[in-house]
Design a protein around this ligand. Structure first.
Ligand code: F0G
Length: 348
């Protein structure tokens, strides 16, 4: 069954909305075997959003936004992006025969995301500036031109679609976790998960999780309660200084008695390697901030005993080969195709 079909009672779907799917959603919830011991919680799960068709969580929101665009008979979709939204929009655009226009901060999106967007055939416009400036431009053009549908998370259909991540977690566990951990960039996803949990709370009487967000240290407007004019971080996906869903995210944090903290780039890099080598899960740097964040809380004497924790791992590590090249050291031995040479290395 399609994702938006399964959850249609909670989504803005009517008889005119085309039900489409590229296979998004239904992503694995993997139980930690190793990091859980360091954190000292009862259970720790990873929601592998990199398993979505374009390799990130954006597909959950994009499928809803594009369905609604098709319902309106739109011919063009547009977004600003740090990379994943553009890849997702371009994939759905190709699938649904919509012209896709993406505005990206020049030189600041990863090679994997850019390659996808090129391959799917989107019109790519690089802005000499950052994501926040690109977002202002697409807002302005979408306001002026009715025929272009904005598919950034300012579009409420994106948030609707992304709520399904929370539904899936509760459907699988049978309860909500005590801590729901997410990276925060434009703040759409934390907003969406909170909405999802609240819907299930009202419907199924589940407890509500503490929403736990992390921003990169020099791109941390919500943590510092002030926009960042020139945000910087190696986690390019969350290099955002003025999040569109700032107020909604603050609300989620307050209502859930949650927290949001800033994490140094060095810790993000460490966690990127750590989750791969400890759990066999390769994620992009923006996703690994959740792991860095948990260790940070633990180091600040946070007591997780008896608690359940779910981290949303928002994007695949394969998205960012340049990052891997820069921060991973390739150690290998090279041999001739000769059994003696292999034995010399392996039989000690
Ligand atoms: N993780 C990844 C891998 C992302 O690509 C993003 C956002 C986030 C986390 C943060 O999610 O914006 O909902 O708070 N990427 C957007 C983009 C901005 O353009 O792809 P958020």
């Amino acid at each position: 069954m399609y994702l938006i079909e399964k959850y249609k009672n909670f989504l803005p779907i009517n008889s005119d909305t085309p039900l489409i799917s590229m296979g998004e959603g239904f992503t694995p919830l993997v139980k930690s075997r190793n990091i859980v011991k360091d954190i000292g919680c009862k259970e720790l799960y990873f929601k592998l959003e990199g398993c979505n068709p374009s390799g990130s969580f954006k597909d959950r929101g994009m499928v809803m936004a594009v369905s609604k665009a098709l319902e309106k008979k739109a011919k063009k979709i547009i977004c600003a992006s740090t990379g994943n939204t553009s890849a997702s929009a371009a994939a759905f655009g190709a699938y649904c025969d919509l012209e896709t226009i993406v505005l990206i901060p020049e030189g600041k999106i990863s090679l994997g995301k850019l390659s996808q967007t090129v391959a799917y055939g989107a019109k790519i416009i690089s802005v000499r500036g950052n994501f926040d400036q690109a977002l202002n431009l697409v807002k302005e053009i979408a306001d002026k031109q009715d025929s272009i549908e904005l598919v950034n998370s300012l579009n409420p259909n994106r948030i609707h679609g992304q709520k399904t991540g929370a539904f899936e977690i509760v459907d699988e566990l049978g309860y909500s976790p005590d801590y729901m951990v997410l990276p925060v960039g434009n703040a759409g996803n934390i907003t969406a998960y909170w909405e999802g949990y609240k819907i299930y709370h009202d419907l199924k009487n589940i407890e509500l999780p503490k929403m736990t967000g992390f921003q990169a240290m020099n791109s941390a407007p919500i943590v510092n309660n002030a926009p960042v004019k020139n945000p910087q971080t190696i986690a390019t996906a969350i290099r955002i200084g003025n999040p569109a869903s700032w107020n909604q995210a603050k609300n989620a944090l307050e209502e859930s008695n949650g927290s949001i903290n800033a994490i140094e780039d060095d810790r993000i890099i460490e966690a990127y390697k750590h989750i791969a080598s400890m759990e066999g899960i390769f994620v992009e740097p923006a996703s690994s901030i959740t792991i860095a964040g948990l260790y940070d809380m633990k180091n600040k004497n946070y007591d997780f005993s008896g608690q359940s924790v779910v981290c949303v791992l928002t994007g695949s590590g394969l998205k960012d080969p340049g990052f891997a090249e820069t921060y991973l050291e390739l150690e290998q031995q090279i041999i001739d195709p000769d059994i003696n040479a292999l034995e010399e290395i392996l039989l000690v």
